[in-house]
Design a binder for this molecule. Structure first.
Ligand SMILES: *Cc1c(COP(=O)(O)O)cnc(C)c1O
Length: 354
């Protein structure tokens, strides 16, 4: 069988969840498992995230998958519902909604009695300058205060545009959040993703929403998962399926873009963009063989790559780590000009999941 495999380390996931608990001991943890748990596979991840207080997903289908797997924790739809008929399903399955515009408020109010009857919280989204979703100040104050007066339990929710960086917008977002929280007191609050959990412990409030850190990738460009004391959860690997010895001047792969400058040993590995491994690498990319970094040479094809194994003991069948504990996904992403999040999410269905 072609070996292109995704292995999920559940203990690493539990370890990372515990890191969230250490960093935000008084907050409840809403584990973000949208996009099939950032490409890791929701089923495996939920099994390791049993201790989480709640889950966050991007749509009703993702929430229902969690219910079908038998998990009873609260689930938040971070973009709310997309049409009124979803409200029925939401209430039946004890799912909580973000509301970020007037139409969603109308839908919520139309189902008020059942929603409140199930003790479901409403997550009211503040647009404090990211300008994606939410009500602005001062409108949101009016929205939350009237929802409270109608009997709803509200959580003031916000998302940082630059939690991973120093940016002047951070101060504006923080101060608007605090202003609204005060004007609507008492109201629960939630504004921290992974980066914010690390950076602003004072903003953990009632619910933190870790995503990428759970999976053992870094939200920061300048801090590795080792710096953050996180463990990579996914190991993406493949096998050496052919070996070639080439002379100086010979080329490798499509477009013959690589030319050997000396004699070398090449290995062909059964991975390609058909598996979700990126094709374009503006910077030199590497894979790891038993902890030893070796370069990828020539173009990435749909099913294969070539690597330099000169001086490395790597017979046929040797396992090659594309990303995982040795070759960090964040470093592959950097060479690819993107972020770890994207590489993890865009794996194709082809690799075998172990
Ligand atoms: C995806 C998401 C998160 C998690 O962000 P990470 O950077 O992965 O920790 C938190 N909150 C919201 C609203 C999100 O959409």
């Amino acid at each position: 069988m072609r070996q292109a495999t995704v292995y999920i380390d559940r203990e690493a996931l539990q370890y990372n969840l515990n890191r969230v608990k250490q960093l935000a001991p008084t907050a409840q943890i809403v584990s973000m498992v949208k996009a099939n748990a950032y490409g890791h596979g929701v089923k495996d991840c939920l099994a390791a995230l049993g201790d989480t207080d709640a889950f966050g997903v991007a749509c009703l289908e993702e929430a229902l998958e969690i219910r079908e797997l038998g998990y009873q924790q609260p689930i938040t739809l971070i973009e709310g519902i997309f049409s009124e008929d979803e409200m029925q399903v939401v209430v039946e399955n004890n799912i909580e909604c973000v509301v970020h515009h007037q139409q969603q408020l109308d839908w919520l109010r139309a189902h008020k009695a059942r929603y409140i009857g199930k003790n479901l919280k409403v997550w009211v989204k503040l647009n404090s300058g990211m300008n994606r979703l939410g009500f602005k100040v001062p409108e949101i104050i009016e929205v939350i205060n009237s929802l409270k007066a109608e009997g709803f339990t509200c959580v003031l929710a916000m998302h940082f545009a630059n939690a991973d960086a120093d940016h002047p917008l951070n101060e504006q977002q923080k101060s608007q959040f605090l202003q609204v929280k005060q004007a609507c007191a008492p109201v629960m609050g939630s504004c921290c993703n992974s980066a914010a959990i690390y950076k602003w412990p004072e903003l953990n409030f009632d619910f933190v929403r870790p995503g990428i850190m759970l999976y053992g990738a870094s939200p920061f460009a300048d801090k590795s998962v080792h710096d953050l004391d996180l463990k990579p959860v996914m190991t993406f690997s493949a096998e050496i399926i052919a070996l070639n010895h080439i002379q100086a001047g010979e080329h490798v792969g499509y477009g013959s873009t690589f030319t050997a400058d000396k004699e070398m040993n090449l290995a062909i590995v059964s991975i390609g963009y058909g598996d979700g491994y990126p094709r374009a690498f503006p910077k030199q990319n590497y894979v790891s063989i038993k902890g030893q970094a070796t370069r990828v040479i020539g173009r990435v094809a749909m099913d294969m790559i070539a690597i330099d194994v000169t001086g490395i003991d790597a017979p046929l069948g040797t396992e090659v780590e594309l990303w995982g504990k040795d070759r960090l996904v964040d470093d592959v992403a950097e060479a690819n000009g993107t972020i770890g999040y994207e590489l993890l999410c865009r794996l194709s269905p082809r690799p075998i999941r172990k």
